[in-house]
Design a protein around this ligand. Structure first.
Ligand code: HAM
Length: 415
């Protein structure tokens, strides 16, 4: 009969978050939102469901993403629906919908979960969360600088040192102009951009480039002019004290919608060779909704790579690993459960986090377990305590004890 039981595994490529994982996840999200808000970004959200057409529309389309990586299905009303693989088309839709009412430039952030049908591997899963920060309605490179400095600050605020990560930056507009000198048609241009995106991973770049363009390309000798956008962004970042940035002509980014500055942030440790953060400027994405486009610039940071990064560099504080209640109230036996619950209720009213151990184990075992879980205080409730109204609280860390009425214990329990 055992083949009738359901497997307890989660679906391939997604994660269950047991409390220890959830504590880490919450820590990361909390740090992300604090940094985003410290730059004046406002939080937004949307549903994970979007009409599939949003990802197929001209300007947004990304063939690999739409054809191979989306979770798409037909709903009961025959509508084609997609679980969002990224947030950028959604924010573009939301901005376009309220274009007349919104005050630009606006700065918004969100922490959505996203779904991509990818081969699960280190740093890449089928569901991940992403901090997205975007500025809409500014054509100035000041917005590019602002966005990259925010991405930088999210790393610093998680405890990263500047030598732990590197920002690589390029410019789609510059790259397209460079390639135009070779008189490429649209398709050759697209193939070349995809090839440059893979340049660092392949060995026969020159051969492949020649087979696409029919020409001999000396990509490595391309230099950056002093008055280019990238040079100005680099200069601006330097003025803000951000020096771990390099011009990197092979940073192209997979999405077709990018039009200007593009950047990625990498861990300098070899263990995590995938990008932690990716973003750039996309001036025309809102065009698909009609009217004058509103330009955007932003980035996404993934939670999977961020956790790998924090673990590799030993940056997860020990203290976040516990979500145990501050105080545990232990009844001497089941008869005392309700009395213990009443005491806990009073302590909570005074602002404490308290759990009542209503399990059936012996008191000694319960005390050991409360200590192990990371609670700071324990109070045992038996008949004597209830009749006298005097309770003894013990501090696990110091071994100190104090006996008194609940009122008399409040200060002691604050430690
Ligand atoms: P992206 O480069 O596809 O950009 O994703 C940004 C980050 O999300 C990546 O650097 C990576 O850390 C993480 N990520 C992406 N796919 C996965 C996956 N399958 N598993 C785990 N982590 C993943 C975008 O999505 C753009 N929409 C970002 C953006 C916002 N551009 C402008 N505004």
């Amino acid at each position: 009969m055992s083949d009738k039981f359901q497997p307890t595994d989660s679906y391939k490529g997604v994660r269950d978050f047991y409390p220890e994982d959830m504590a880490i996840q919450r820590y990361i999200f909390y740090s992300w939102s604090k940094t985003a808000e410290s730059f004046g970004f406002e939080r937004y959200d949307a549903s994970i469901l979007e009409p599939s057409s949003l990802y197929k529309a001209k300007g947004a389309e990304n063939e690999e993403m739409v054809n191979e990586q989306t979770y798409t299905f037909t709903d009961r009303g025959e509508r084609e629906v997609t679980l969002r693989p990224e947030m950028t088309p959604t924010i573009a839709r939301m901005v376009a919908a309220k274009k007349r009412e919104l005050a630009f430039p606006l700065r918004w952030y969100s922490i959505p979960n996203l779904f991509r049908y990818e081969r699960p591997q280190r740093g890449r899963l089928r569901e991940h969360w992403q901090l997205n920060c975007d500025i809409f309605g500014s054509d100035s490179i000041s917005a590019d600088i602002e966005i990259i400095s925010l991405a930088y600050q999210t790393m610093i605020d998680m405890g990263a040192k500047t030598q732990d990560f590197r920002i690589r930056i390029s410019d789609r507009a510059w790259l397209t102009a460079e390639l135009k000198q070779y008189n490429l048609d649209d398709n050759q241009m697209k193939l070349m951009i995809q090839l440059i995106d893979r340049k660092d991973k392949i060995e026969n770049f020159e051969e492949e480039a020649e087979s696409i363009t029919g020409k001999n390309m000396d990509f490595d000798s391309i230099a950056l002019p002093d008055d280019s956008n990238v040079a100005k962004v680099l200069e601006g970042l330097k003025q803000l004290g951000i020096n771990n940035v390099v011009f990197s002509p092979t940073i192209v980014r997979g999405f077709n919608y990018y039009t200007g500055t593009v950047f990625e942030i990498f861990d300098t440790s070899d263990e995590n060779n995938r990008a932690l953060i990716g973003g750039g400027r996309y001036d025309n994405l809102t065009k698909m909704f009609g009217g004058e486009p509103v330009s955007g610039v932003g980035f996404g940071i993934g939670d999977v790579t961020m956790r790998d990064f924090l673990e590799t560099h030993n940056l997860l504080p020990e203290s976040i690993r516990t979500t145990a209640a501050h105080t545990v109230v232990i009844p001497t036996d089941a008869e005392m459960n309700l009395a213990a619950q009443e005491i806990s209720q009073k302590l909570r009213k005074a602002g404490q986090t308290v759990s009542t151990d209503i399990g059936t184990k012996k008191v000694e075992k319960k005390i050991i377990s409360a200590d192990k879980k990371g609670s700071r205080f324990v109070i045992i409730i038996g008949e004597d305590e209830v009749s006298s109204g005097k309770f003894t609280a013990k501090n696990f860390a110091t071994g100190d004890e104090k006996t008194g009425s609940l009122l008399e214990l409040f200060d002691f329990l604050k430690a």
